[in-house]
Design a protein around this ligand. Sequence first.
Ligand SMILES: [Zn+2]
Length: 254
Amino acid sequence: MEVTFLGTGTSQGIPVIASDHPVCKSEDPKDKRLRVSVMVSWNNHNYIIDCGPDFRQQMLANNVQHIEGILFTHEHADHIMGMDDIRPFFFRQGDIPIYAHKRVLRSLQVKFDYIFATEDRYPGAPAVDAREVVNGKPIMLNGIEVIPVSARHNRLQVFGYRFKDFAYLTDVSAIEEEEVAKLHGVKVLVVNALRKEPHHSHFNLDEALAFVREVNPERAYFTHISAHMGFHEEVQKELPPNIYLAYDNLKINI
Ligand SMILES: [Zn+2]
């Protein structure tokens, strides 16, 4: 299994428009972060987690030829606003399978009514094959069992996903013990770490480090990073040896 970090930035991306923050002015490519997303690939199958406003650019940057489905964590704009750009895949492949909590499916139906329309469809509009994700019910994706893991983004429920030895959780600020138990034994954990200061709806660096200690994977990668975290090169030096700041277009094998 191969995981490609398509984007590792917080909701505005880095650089932030019109920002004078030194990290936004950094020349280091690792300090440039598109909106958060990963691609999980095995046996020539590609699944994308979240489809934010940088989706088109992410597909081009990684020369992605086809996608077998999109899993959504939640309905915030930085995780869904690339949906219109599934068109090139839809034209080649037909309806694109999407997987999400029923609340998220409803939200997508409101925001992208023309994608979900059943009559009077606009010619050229993409279509999806929507499948509800229910906590406690694993999804089978081309031979791999994917376990939904429910967590909290302040008061909003979000799903993370475990693919065998790999788990991906983003936009988490709290998670219950029974959900953490679903992560036991993962070798590679990805989780959000926004910045060093506390935040109402995201783990900060200390909380993300504590979460990694609790899950105890072989390796962990942080994502959904804000400019306020600091320069990639400096923050990386402060982390324990098996914990990394992810960066855009990083590929890891599991
Ligand atoms: Zn987000």
